[in-house]
Ligand binder design. Structure first.
Ligand SMILES: Cc1cc2nc3c(=O)[nH]c(=O)nc-3n(C[C@H](O)[C@H](O)[C@H](O)COP(=O)(O)O)c2cc1C
Length: 134
């Protein structure tokens, strides 16, 4: 089975706890069914999500996410075949901002959207090594 890994970034539209809970609930139910895992960085100024799983499942998941009006300006920053998953134990891990990530000013200036594929991947590789914080 071909394993595909994809990272996109977007801007939340109407960011609040309840909306976030709804997104994560649906994500976890659907992803478990489809064999998709990953991590979602949730910030008031930015979403960045890594999706990984069978190529068809990742594609179908992205297609639904693209239609979601709870965020805007979706930009795919990385997509590749991978030998193994970064978040095998997470149907969707939710990750709050960390001190080492881009600042709000940097995000406003386009840091996430302009990140190279390698930079975006490095963010999730680092997250995968850290315990989930909340
Ligand atoms: C930032 C963001 C991330 C999301 N991540 C996922 C996801 O990983 N998997 C998923 O199935 N839906 C995800 N969604 C939700 C989908 O857009 C969509 O609402 C959902 O799949 C619909 O599920 P339902 O048909 O079971 O209600 C996400 C939405 C947003 C805004």
């Amino acid at each position: 089975m071909r394993l595909t890994q994809l990272i996109y970034t977007s801007r939340p539209f109407g960011f609040d706890e309840a909306t976030l809970d709804d997104i994560l609930l649906a994500a976890r139910v659907n992803n478990a069914r489809r064999g998709v895992t990953g991590s979602l960085i949730c910030r008031a100024d930015m979403f960045m999500q890594l999706l990984e799983g069978p190529r068809d499942a990742v594609t179908a998941t992205l297609a639904r996410i693209l239609l979601d009006d709870r965020h805007v300006d979706v930009a795919v920053v990385h997509c590749a075949d991978v030998p193994e998953r970064l978040f095998p134990d997470w149907t969707m891990r939710d990750d709050p901002p960390r001190s080492w990530m881009w600042t709000r000013e940097q995000v406003r200036a386009g840091a996430a959207r302009d990140a190279t594929a390698a930079e975006a991947l490095a963010v999730f590789q680092r997250l995968a090594l850290e315990p989930r914080a909340r």
